[in-house]
Design a protein around this ligand. Sequence first.
Ligand code: AMP
Length: 238
Amino acid sequence: MGSVTDPKTRFVGALVLLGAPGAGKGTQAKILAAQYGIPQLSTGDLLRDNVARGTELGKIAKAMLEHGELVPDKLVEDMLAERIRMFGDTQRGFILDGFPRTLAQAEWLDRFLEDWTARVSPGQSAHPVVINVAVGYNQLLRRLTGRRSCPTCGRIYNVYFQPPRVADICDIDGSKLVTRRDDCEDVISARLKAYEKMTLPLTEYYGSRGRLHEINGDQELDAVTGAVLKLVKNGDRV
Ligand code: AMP
């Protein structure tokens, strides 16, 4: 299975990214996926795809997704297991984005990885590398409440970090920028609180097993990426 160091051939295993909305874990997941040539598996995307295709799972999950409620563990676990087993692209590893979200899912993942690792790469550690991209509450609020999007071309700006050249106007097509409903402060604060409540048991689960790696997500994007890549490169599995 390739040399130990070549990122495009070596076994990477499962990488779990935890992080609040706005922490930038989606961005880091994409960078890792490109660097290691392994897929980013977002359970939210997989569920939305099932809804769009009108599958049995999609029909059950549709209302839950619309209300932002968690889909039952068993359904999400079966969907993820099928995705991992079905395509050859996961043989060296994969990045999980949005999973696990409950303690039961974390326990299921451990059992699944024991079995999966023994089959695809016997002798390798089955433990996931878990990275929590931690960003301070105020910084998250600024990132999320500062977000503006162009209703015409979809470009995203941030009034604090990436403002348009003229306030409230899209650089590309001159449209007036808008704030999306779920980027309003009351909704954001509810989303952040829900996230915190949901994640605490997970960080405790991985933390007590010595598997949790905290990365300071308040830093510049490049610094966060550097820290994430270094961690994965060293293959910090315990
Ligand atoms: P996301 O794109 O990660 O924000 O997920 C969108 C929606 O999909 C969530 O609000 C849940 O309804 C559902 N979902 C995604 N991942 C999971 C998961 N691991 N467990 C249960 N529901 C999930």
